[in-house]
Design a binder for this molecule. Structure first.
Ligand SMILES: C[S@@+](CC[C@H](N)C(=O)[O-])C[C@H]1O[C@@H](n2cnc3c(N)ncnc32)[C@H](O)[C@@H]1O
Length: 391
């Protein structure tokens, strides 16, 4: 196996289980590396540090899957990791048949996402090295899950960076256009082929549950960036009066409407609009709500985009707080890796000060527990939500 030695000083972060090696941190190779091949990582003096795979063309050159000398990076290790990931999910007793089975670095399987939707599975490869294990991943999933179908979703952004091209499509069995899953006491249509991400925002499961406890019968509620209706449906099921839900995606709204029907929930108004303009219009029209949830897409794809993104989050906080009645609840989320929990609290504080609306924090939520994050990489805690009561 190819041997990679790191420059002096880098060994400590690997001994502390940091799972990436950047290109300038490599001092030498035992031979010319091939894109995607497994490697043994050693310190400058040749002592073992871990196993991973390499892509010499990108900045994150090596991703590690193991810090244990007894393990080897091969099909068996991939299978073992997937089995362990599954055992962990079983222990969570998730109240749904839809869950994230593999969460990349969070499951020591960098570059691999696996989502389970009832009897179907969606896989996504985000690195060249992991895509080399496609066959092993599929056979491990077939063995473990007895699924009817496995679908490969393509992440074009990741493929462009890593320099590989995969075909989106069915890898095993059959996958229907719509899959119906359940979460708590609601059912959802999931469109894995045309939908965003792998079809459903599994990471907000705990937040959808939280909103149920905040809505009182008859409340007026607002779900901004509603996608297929996750929050709006829960608000309605909790007994809300009028629910307004807005998203820019026509496709997401079509599925949202189907979801309302599927659960026999009436009285949700689905609006296709740019949320920023829509919020300003609601504000000008003097509308007010008891519960407002704002769950935007990631505004900061890289560090350089952070200042602009923060302006966007602040604008959403200002509008959201203005639209929330006194003693009503407001929640703001960020799913960007580059926006920290502190960033979100700062913009919310600035918004509260700016419009002189006092709030108190009643909860914080993060990606649900089937999306574990890596302690050494704080930005893998990518989904943050702050919930406040407006005083
Ligand atoms: C993070 S998702 C929301 C997930 C949703 N809350 C759920 O639980 O399923 C973000 C959503 O924002 C929508 N979106 C993106 N830009 C938008 C904009 N400018 N105005 C309204 N919606 C937008 C996307 O279509 C997507 O559905």
């Amino acid at each position: 196996m190819l041997q990679v030695r790191v420059v002096p000083g880098i060994e400590d972060k690997l001994k502390g289980f940091f799972p990436w090696i950047y290109r300038p941190e490599i001092s030498s190779f035992s031979r010319k590396p091939k894109k995607g091949e497994p490697v043994v990582v050693r310190d400058f003096g040749g002592r073992f540090l871990g196993y991973g795979y390499i892509n010499p063309e990108v900045n994150i050159a090596v991703r590690l899957l193991s810090f244990d000398k007894k393990e080897k990076l091969n099909a068996e290790l991939i299978k073992k990791r997937i089995r362990e990931a599954y055992d962990y999910r079983k222990r969570l007793y998730i109240n749904s048949n839809a869950f994230r089975l593999v969460h990349s670095e969070g499951d020591l399987l960098p570059g691999l996402i696996v989502d389970v939707y009832g009897e179907y599975v969606v896989v996504e490869f985000t690195t060249y090295g992991m895509s080399n294990f496609r066959k092993d991943v599929v056979s491990a999933l077939i063995e473990l899950l007895n699924s009817k179908g496995i679908y490969e979703k393509v992440n074009e952004y990741a493929q462009r960076i890593e320099g590989f091209k995969a075909q989106e499509g069915v890898l095993y069995g059959e996958v229907p256009e719509r899959i119906v899953v359940w979460e708590h006491d609601l059912r959802y249509n999931v469109d894995v082929q045309e939908g965003q991400k792998t079809g459903f925002f599994l990471d907000q499961r705990n937040a959808r549950k939280l909103v149920r406890g905040l809505v009182e019968p008859g409340d007026r509620c607002l779900d901004v960036f509603c996608h297929t209706g996750g929050f709006a449906l829960n608000m309605k099921r909790a007994g809300a009066g009028r629910v307004l839900a807005v998203d820019l995606s026509q496709k997401a709204l079509e599925v949202a409407k189907e979801n309302a029907k599927l659960n026999s929930l009436e009285g949700i108004e689905w609006v296709r609009a740019n949320a920023f303009n829509f919020l300003r219009d609601l504000q000008r029209a003097g509308k007010r709500f008891d519960v407002v949830v704002i769950d935007p897409p990631s505004f900061a794809k890289n560090k350089a985009a952070v200042p602009n993104a923060l302006r966007g989050y602040k604008e959403l906080c200002v509008q959201g707080l203005r639209l929330t009645k006194r003693l009503g609840y407001f929640a703001i989320f960020s799913c960007s890796h580059h926006i920290t929990e502190n960033h979100l609290i700062e913009v919310l504080t600035e918004a509260s000060y700016g419009i002189r609306r006092q709030v108190r924090v009643i909860a914080k939520t993060f990606q649900d527990r089937d999306h574990p994050w890596v302690l050494q990489m704080p930005n893998t805690l990518y989904l943050k939500g702050v919930w406040v009561e407006v005083l």
